[in-house]
Design a protein around this ligand. Structure first.
Ligand code: ADP
Ligand code: FBP
Length: 310
């Protein structure tokens, strides 16, 4: 079974405006609400790709009710731990550029955390856990390390999509896949990386630290997959971006869905890019049909590291 873990779910509130003036009254052209948070998005895209998963994490208040109800109508299994405060609302401003304001999230008590941890202890070597997104600020900074340690003990394969130290600190536990975007990769090494060529050496450093596969996404410039043996450099399809919220999460879901089916890293990678772009070209998340239509537009070049050391 695939489990997704969203410690900090969100109700994403997407506001479209022609332009935004700070300090002034602004009115929207369109607005929409989506249940979000990285793991929840992964579960939703998996479902669209006909793959079942169970969503775990913390949920609270009226925003939490909305998310649970939404997932129920999509027939996505959930086993959330209820918390007292409301699940956060993340504001996404879309005008000439995209601006995001992600809230810090509700208070999580020690007891809430223990209840969640008990669920993670129940996973086995047959399961995959996707740990995705930020952690509420009331939780200890080493939360992900503690959880992946449990995975390691139970030989549960795990995938991590998180930023900064949250990501760096899980690497010694050998995540099967991590997916920083190029900004996040640069921040890990106090530098700026923009091209596939610049990404590869830093991606290899993450492999050296323990990751099995690294996908670095480059938005409209595609993505690079790096592992011990090779790098795959892929282009992204061209299209009109409606909202790129959830594009990265769609990549993670696309990779897992196709890898489970074919066990081919290259096919899974191609599918993951198509899923990311299909979401960027939609309001909300991609559909299977949109993903399949984009597959022929993706070119992948393989660079072998044989005899190159790491
Ligand atoms: N403007 C775009 N045009 C085409 N594809 C895009 C665009 N933006 C995002 N994507 C697709 O979504 C993937 C993830 O996007 P990115 O913005 O890098 O990740 P994240 O959402 O994690 O920040 C990219 O690798 C690409 O396949
Ligand atoms: O947990 P974080 O890092 O605050 O991110 C949460 C946000 O990420 C999202 O899951 C989108 O992520 P991506 O655009 O990286 O795929 C939103 O739905 C949500 O608002």
């Amino acid at each position: 079974m695939i489990y997704t873990l969203t410690l900090n779910p969100s109700l994403d509130y997407i506001l479209e405006l022609d332009q935004i003036t700070l300090g002034d009254l602004n009115r929207t052209k369109n607005d929409s609400k989506f249940p979000g948070g990285k793991g929840i998005n992964v579960s939703q895209v998996l479902k669209k790709l006909d793959v079942n998963s169970k969503a775990l994490g913390f949920i609270g208040g009226f925003t939490g009710d909305y998310i649970e109800e939404f997932l129920r109508t999509l027939k996505i299994d959930t086993e959330f731990v209820r918390v007292k405060e409301d699940t956060r609302i993340n504001v996404k401003l879309k005008s000439m550029t995209e601006t995001e304001i992600n809230a810090k999230g509700p208070k999580i008590t020690r007891q809430n955390y223990e209840t969640l941890k008990e669920k993670i202890r129940g996973l086995t070597s047959e399961d995959i856990l996707v740990l995705a997104g930020s952690i509420p600020s009331s939780m200890p900074a080493n939360t992900y390390e503690e959880l992946v340690e449990v995975c390691k003990e139970n030989r549960t394969k795990f995938v991590v999509d998180a930023e900064g130290d949250l990501l760096l600190n899980v690497l010694p536990f050998q995540p099967y896949l991590i997916k920083p975007n190029h900004h996040e990769l640069g921040e890990l090494f106090n530098t700026v990386v923009t091209t596939a060529e610049e990404v590869i050496p830093y991606g290899r450093k993450l492999i050296k630290k323990g990751a099995r596969n690294v996908i670095v996404s480059l938005a409209e410039n595609g993505a690079v997959l790096i592992n011990q043996e090779y790098a795959l450099v892929a282009t992204a399809p061209k299209g009109e971006v409606k909202s790129s919220v959830g594009a990265g999460d769609s990549m993670v879901a696309g990779f897992i869905a196709m890898f489970e089916k074919t066990k081919s890293v290259e096919e899974a990678f191609r599918f993951s890019i198509a899923a990311g772009s299909a979401t960027a070209f939609s309001f909300g998340l991609c559909t299977r049909e949109q993903v399949e239509n984009l597959l022929p537009e993706i070119n992948i070049e393989r660079i072998s590291f044989k005899g190159d050391g790491i």
